[in-house]
Write a protein that binds this ligand. Structure first.
Ligand SMILES: [Ca+2]
Ligand SMILES: [Ca+2]
Ligand SMILES: [Ca+2]
Length: 277
């Protein structure tokens, strides 16, 4: 099995990501705890979660335009969020996603230096008190969000990339945004707010290092499985494209919807491939 997976990884083809859509954030910002609600970081390179030494809370808000992102007829079967954490003095600490319940903004505020204290909020920025500075308020200071996490916490330690998921199956928040049954206001991201120093600095969509910007991956099964890469013809490129995702254990490779990716899914693919579209 592992030998077969190794081969599949090597045979990268044009259709390698046929079952995966990769989205950058459409906006992101930090809510800096502040009684005046006049601090933000709309276009800064970083965003923050958790408790600072002061102590003072930080929360990140982030949104992805998932509407219309999947090809026609595709079945949504999984998702993951990856972010890059670039500065901390805290140890390993949980970071959780919570579905945002109110629209919020990203203005022109741009924090200096390490960005930990934010910048004066600009028109349209999200802040601790305003979802849209300085016109509209959150219902709750610190943002309106579902108290229950949307997914198990990521345990965030040293600098590096961290991923929530991949969630095998149509993740509830993303599925609702895709089919329009819930408004897409993105997520509020929380660190451990129970005590101690837990602050983590992540990189935003404005970060100059593209590889460190937030990424939401949507996994899907195409309307016609045989034409995996969706180019209108069924050939070996489709087999290679599928096997690449299979080797990566991607949710899109779980064709028999068993919750895991194994040789039975390859059989399922090949049967579809032989049958054509
Ligand atoms: Ca931003
Ligand atoms: Ca094809
Ligand atoms: Ca399976």
């Amino acid at each position: 099995m592992s030998y077969f997976r190794g081969i599949a990884v090597l045979v990268l083809s044009a259709g390698a990501n046929a079952g995966i859509v990769t989205l950058g954030a459409s906006k992101d910002n930090t809510l800096y705890e502040s009684g005046l609600g006049d601090v933000s970081n709309g276009v800064g390179q970083h965003c923050f979660v958790g408790l600072t030494a002061e102590p003072s809370l930080r929360r990140t808000v982030i949104q992805f335009d998932v509407e219309g992102a999947l090809p026609a007829g595709a079945s949504f079967v999984g998702a993951s969020l990856t972010m890059h954490m670039s500065k901390t003095i805290a140890g390993v600490t949980p970071v959780t996603l919570h579905r945002a319940l109110t629209e919020w903004g990203e203005g022109a505020s741009d924090a200096a230096g390490e960005e930990g204290v934010g910048a004066p909020a600009e028109q349209g920025d999200a802040t601790w008190i305003y979802n849209d500075y300085n016109t509209y308020y959150w219902s709750q200071w610190g943002g309106d969000f579902d108290a229950a996490p949307s997914a198990p916490a990521a345990m965030v330690g040293d600098n590096g990339h961290y991923t929530w998921g991949p969630w095998h199956g149509p993740h509830e928040d993303v599925a609702a945004w895709l089919d329009g049954s819930a408004a897409n206001h993105g997520w509020v991201i929380l660190g451990d707010e129970s005590g101690g120093i837990t602050a983590k600095r992540f990189d935003t969509r404005e970060n100059p290092t593209e590889a460190n910007r937030p990424v939401l991956r949507l996994y899907y099964i195409p309307a016609c499985i045989a034409d995996w890469n969706g180019d209108g013809s069924v050939n070996t490129n489709d087999v290679l494209g599928y096997l690449n995702e299979w080797a990566a254990d991607a949710p899109s490779a779980d064709l028999n919807a068993s919750g895991n990716v194994n040789s039975l899914d390859v059989v399922e693919f090949l049967n579809n491939w032989a049958a054509g579209c």
